[in-house]
Design a protein around this ligand. Structure first.
Ligand SMILES: [Zn+2]
Length: 301
């Protein structure tokens, strides 16, 4: 079960020492997801620069993410492999952080941390995919301070982006690799839900109702958003999205994609040099953080 026992302790300290501050601003427990912190993690991710799969920059980013996860008590491992791409073999590695529960069922939250290789432009991918990489780091901090019965596994996928033109064989390298590995070692049979996030930092947030995702998880997402007063950020009309959840959907896993695929006028910030930090907001990351944390609470146990 997710627990918020720390709230009481925080409030007592608060009333003792900072009563004035308490009267004006509600104190959030340590277990609360912070959109501000997620945005700061995103900014640090983007500062690594252009970071396509196989680059020196993504290697440095990977080392930093791992260094942030270790103090949280996560069991961190790298799922390393060589992808065959149209540009030749490319070394890739998914980052897997497991927060153990009772070892029975597992809930997985995923997102990618590579940027699309785009010749001639300086594509830093603040939203795609700085936002998912930063979001998952803040979620890791929350999970580390939260009791849960299920194992919670966070995954940063490498190689989501196509090297050339998007196709079944040139895209989703990391998620296809991990799905195959988890099917073989039995992990997949323990996964009760997988939630993938992508492009979730847009100031003008509107989340797709992805018809390729599991119906029950879509209903859970929309109901949770409505309960939290965030319904206006979630579109009701359906669309079909091809993203890192698809290899798992195809394997029969209960999986959901949370993505805002309407980024700037006519999606003009997507995969262009306009995808920069000034297009993002802490508020949007807060909405997704609150919804995902509440969904994890509902799914747990
Ligand atoms: Zn992309």
């Amino acid at each position: 079960m997710f627990s918020h026992n720390r709230v009481c302790r925080v409030l007592i300290v608060c009333f003792t020492f900072t009563a004035v501050a308490c009267a004006t601003a509600p104190v959030k427990p340590k277990t609360a997801f912070s959109g501000t912190r997620a945005l700061a993690y995103t900014r640090r991710t983007v500062a690594f620069g252009v970071r396509p799969a196989g680059s020196a920059a993504i290697g440095k980013l990977r080392a930093w993410i791992v260094s942030e996860l270790k103090p949280l008590g996560a069991e961190v491992s790298l799922d390393s492999f060589t992808a065959r791409t149209p540009a030749g073999p490319v070394s890739m590695a998914n980052i897997v952080a497991k927060f153990p529960g009772n070892g029975k069922a597992a809930v997985v939250v995923t997102g990618h941390y590579d940027t699309k290789p785009i010749p001639m432009i300086q594509f830093v991918g603040a939203n795609d995919a700085g936002s998912s990489a930063g979001f998952l780091l803040e979620l890791a901090r929350v999970i580390a301070h939260t009791k849960h019965q299920d194992d919670v596994v966070l995954v940063w996928f490498d190689g989501e982006e196509a090297v050339g033109q998007w196709s079944d064989t040139d895209s989703l390298y990391g998620s296809r690799h991990l799905q195959t590995k988890w099917a073989a070692d039995g992990t997949l049979s323990r996964v009760k839900a997988l939630i993938n996030v992508d492009m979730i930092g847009d100031k003008d947030l509107d989340i797709v109702n992805d018809m390729n995702s599991s119906q029950s998880l879509r209903e859970l997402m929309l109901q949770t958003a409505d309960d939290l007063g965030y319904g206006k950020y979630f579109l009701r009309t359906g669309a079909g999205i091809d993203d890192d959840h698809i290899p798992f959907v195809s394997a029969g896993t209960n999986a959901l994609d949370i993505i805002d695929f309407d980024y700037g006028p006519n999606n003009s910030y997507w995969h262009t040099e306009k995808d920069t930090m000034d297009k993002l907001s802490a508020g949007s990351l807060q909405v997704i953080g609150d919804v995902v944390v509440k969904m994890l609470q509902k799914l747990d146990g």
